[in-house]
Ligand binder design. Structure first.
Ligand SMILES: *Cc1c(COP(=O)(O)O)cnc(C)c1O
Length: 338
């Protein structure tokens, strides 16, 4: 266990408390790798926050979410008779399903006559949903808990949501995704009788970015002279120290998408060479002796080879080094909440 996400529990939770106080009606999103923290931990945190509902990404995430959270669980993946009809938990009354067609609704209600659903509207996102003209009819037949809308990045959300609301007069509760606090305030003022429930993951779980940190270990340190060849690819390195640290591709090191690369230059390199191939050209996410050294070559599965320039004091075996990574693509060996 040497690539570990450390969480200062008190500070992390205080960030969540503040966020939830500022976002009434928030539906925490708990999906994928659990934003690096793990889905079960986040479900427990949602319970502590006292929210009534969490939203998950897929039906595959449903059994664990039902186990870890005692309230309502909204599945954001649409229910499809052709895909999901045989899954366990469809009849669990704490589940709120997302439907976009009447045949899917009929299939679901064959499993549980009063299964609760939301109807997803097809927005400019163009992912999945019911066209705006058909939402009112489907929501009516379904006696839907609400309508859900998933908006693309950018602006214009208020007008798009307003068009849906005008077309679906019978529905009071609207679950919305990627709508800013300012846009929510505008909507609340424009539609005082409606309830808007933002579905939020990133801004909630990372509310206090200083409250958690990924840390790796130094596994080996060796002085190298200029031209020494190292690694699978036998690439020649500059003079300095070769530092082997825990953390590799299996933990998500250097697997981030190019858009998250720090500079335009590193983004351009990542696009031309492929993210992993470009790894030796960009700074690694590890901070060693106060600097972020380069990779000697693309990371291996469980460790990475770094080149510390001459003149920088080498670390010692066993030293802890912080790692700056996007947690949605990080798979730590363990998450330690203190
Ligand atoms: C993932 C997801 C969210 C949460 O997104 P964040 O950017 O993490 O807040 C909200 N709505 C839908 C439909 C999603 O798929």
């Amino acid at each position: 266990m040497s690539f570990v996400l450390h969480v200062d529990g008190e500070r992390w939770r205080a960030g969540h408390d503040r966020f939830v106080a500022e976002h009434p009606g928030v539906v925490p999103v708990v999906k994928g790798n659990g934003y690096g923290f793990g889905r079960d931990l986040l479900c427990g945190e949602a319970a502590r926050l006292g929210v009534s509902m969490v939203a998950i990404g897929t039906y595959a995430e449903l059994p664990s979410a039902l186990g870890a959270f005692g309230g309502e669980v909204l599945v954001m993946e649409p229910y499809r008779a052709a895909v999901h009809a045989d899954l366990p938990d469809l009849a669990n009354r704490r589940v709120v399903h997302t439907v976009t067609t009447e045949p899917d609704l009929v299939s679901l209600r064959e499993v549980l006559a009063d299964a609760r659903v939301v109807v997803e509207g097809l927005t400019s996102m163009n992912r999945y949903g019911t066209p705006v003209a058909d939402v009112a009819a489907l929501a009516g037949v379904a006696d839907a808990v609400g309508v859900t809308l998933h908006l693309p990045l950018g602006t214009g959300h208020v007008e798009e949501i307003s068009r849906f609301i005008a077309a679906v007069p019978g529905v009071r509760t609207w679950f919305v995704s990627h709508v800013s606090p300012a846009e929510l305030a505008t909507l609340a003022a424009r539609f005082p009788d409606h309830e808007f429930r933002p579905r939020i993951g990133t801004d909630l779980w990372y509310a206090d970015k200083g409250s958690y940190e990924v840390r790796a270990h130094v596994l080996d340190v060796r002085p190298v002279t200029k031209g020494t060849r190292v690694g699978y690819r036998q690439r020649a390195v500059a003079a300095g120290h070769l530092v082997v640290v825990s953390g590799g591709t299996s933990h998500g090191v250097a697997m981030e998408s190019p858009s998250s690369a720090a500079t335009a230059r590193s983004r351009a390199i990542a696009v031309t060479e492929g993210v992993l191939e470009a790894a030796h050209r960009v700074r690694s996410p590890f901070t060693v002796s106060g600097v972020m050294p380069r990779f000697a070559e693309p990371p291996h599965m469980q460790c990475s080879l770094l080149v510390l320039p001459a003149g920088v004091a080498p670390p010692r075996i066993g030293d802890v080094v912080p790692v700056r990574m996007r947690l949605t693509t990080t798979t730590p060996d363990a998450v330690v909440v203190s």
